[in-house]
Design a protein around this ligand. Structure first.
Ligand SMILES: Nc1ncnc2c1ncn2[C@@H]1O[C@H](COP(=O)(O)OP(=O)(O)O)[C@@H](O)[C@H]1O
Ligand SMILES: [Mg+2]
Length: 437
């Protein structure tokens, strides 16, 4: 049966603490005392920093992770008059104190890279952004993480869907088991079933003698991340549906079913509802996946995240490239804030990386712009987009160039035509051809 979770009302309230301007506890709710088995009078006046441990001192954070009385918790901080209210909205009971602290400590260094490739590499602490939109998604993800629900992540390419999928897995009770990612757009149709469902000995010519487990089996007790689910071949959609319904997988050429315990997280940058209407995506599968949707907003819908993300990537590349960049030139800041970011955070990251390779001194300047960011449209994403006819592709490129030229020329068509190296009459013809304003 389909379970629908109500996430508008807090479902995992573990109680709250009120803190004054000096960071001292002035009140503790009865639920909190009960859930954490403490006596209120013993803790009033204590510094909040002594109560919540293992967290980073990230200023202005509204959602934070830390250990409270031995439990790892997700805490939402809000302002109530001059006080702050710390609400524990998620408490994960199966992580012990020591493990959580060492996990947190390992995250602020490059030690992370040593994690096995099967385990997820990211946690919520690495999802940057202070916009209410992203804080909200982080909170919802953390809540959903501890359940076993199927999650559908939607949003434009480069918004961080995979990052969220890994963070959700990392906070779930499955975190020590595999996180197996399948990019449905990247596996050729004819290999799809053998890769995902596996095959038995002698299933087809060229098959391994001893057979091979598919990704679904490899994800046993862990999470199966189905990226670009809209690109799943139609036949495989039916097979996947059976796996989701029965929690059983049958290898190609096999006769026996094997039980699998997997949590599904799927992601798409396309509108699955439309694909269902067009008959390209099975409706029954859609309903199986559409239990809990997390919509990640595009970067242009949360402009307040642009600069914090830019600085985050600057620090990241400072470490990687051994640079000491500290500032973003004001003019460049302005440009970053006004750019449309069609490739979202991925594009911003690529852009900062390029800038960091040519920067001199401690400030990234406008000059970095000479390398147009749109050149960096990620290759993988490009390949996975449906192939257009040449005519359509050319038309899209022309529209894109014209719109950018007009934007840069602040709407002046003569200037825009000059920028495009075409005659202004030609620009007018194209504007009317493509119905552009
Ligand atoms: N909020 C964020 N904070 C830090 N890095 C991010 C954030 N969102 C995306 N990224 C980075 O941007 C790139 C694209 O993210 P990804 O999860 O692959 O996007 P998607 O799957 O939606 O295309 C990755 O390098 C990822 O680490
Ligand atoms: Mg992706």
């Amino acid at each position: 049966m389909k379970k629908t979770l109500n996430l508008i009302d807090p479902i995992d309230e573990w109680g709250s603490m009120k803190v004054d301007t000096n960071g001292r506890l002035i009140d503790i709710s009865a639920e909190f005392c009960e859930n954490f088995s403490i006596n209120k009078q013993d803790w009033i006046g204590t510094s909040i920093n002594d109560i919540i441990q293992g967290t980073f001192n990230r200023k202005r954070t509204k959602v934070l992770f830390g250990v409270i009385f031995g439990y790892s918790c997700l805490v939402k901080v809000s302002k109530v008059n001059e006080h702050q209210l710390y609400r524990v909205i998620v408490r994960q009971d199966d992580i012990d104190h020591v493990e959580m602290i060492s996990f947190m400590n390992s995250m602020d260094s490059s030690k992370m890279k040593k994690k096995s490739s099967f385990q997820s590499r990211y946690s919520f602490e690495e999802i940057m952004g202070e916009s209410p939109a992203i804080e909200r998604i982080k909170e919802l993800s953390a809540r959903i993480a501890i359940s076993n629900s199927t999650v559908l992540l939607t949003g434009e390419s480069g918004t961080g869907k995979e990052l969220f999928a890994q963070a959700i897995h990392g906070l779930s009770s499955r975190k020590n088991n595999p996180f197996v990612a399948v990019n449905c757009a990247a596996i050729p149709d004819e290999l799809f079933e053998s890769e995902v469902f596996g095959y038995e000995a002698g299933a087809f010519s060229g098959a391994k003698k001893e057979g091979k487990p598919g990704k679904i089996e490899l994800a046993h007790h862990g999470t199966l991340f189905l990226d670009e689910i809209s690109e799943l071949p139609y036949q495989a959609q039916g097979k996947l549906l059976r796996v989701l319904q029965e929690r059983e997988v049958e290898r190609l050429g096999g006769t026996a079913n094997k039980n699998v315990d997997i949590r599904i997280i799927a992601a798409t940058n396309r509108d699955l509802k439309t694909l269902v209407q067009e008959g390209k995506f099975r409706q029954d599968l859609f309903y199986r996946l559409y239990i809990f949707e997390l919509k990640i907003p595009s970067l242009r819908q949360r402009k307040e995240d642009i600069l914090p993300l830019a600085y985050y990537f600057i620090n990241y590349f400072n470490e990687m490239l051994g640079r000491q960049v500290k500032f973003i030139d004001v003019k460049l800041q302005e440009w970053l804030l006004n750019y449309e970011w069609p490739g979202n955070v991925r594009e911003l990251k690529a852009y900062i990386e390029r800038g960091m390779n040519i920067v001199e001194g401690d400030t990234i300047m406008m000059e970095a712009l000479y390398f147009s960011p749109s050149e960096s449209a990620p290759q993988r994403e490009r390949e996975s987009a449906p192939l257009l006819s040449l005519e359509e592709a050319v038309a899209n490129a022309e529209i894109d160039a014209i719109q950018r030229a007009l934007q840069e020329a602040k709407g002046d068509r003569t200037v825009a035509a000059q920028k495009l190296h075409i005659h202004v009459a030609s620009l007018y013809r194209k504007l009317s051809k493509y119905n552009l304003k």
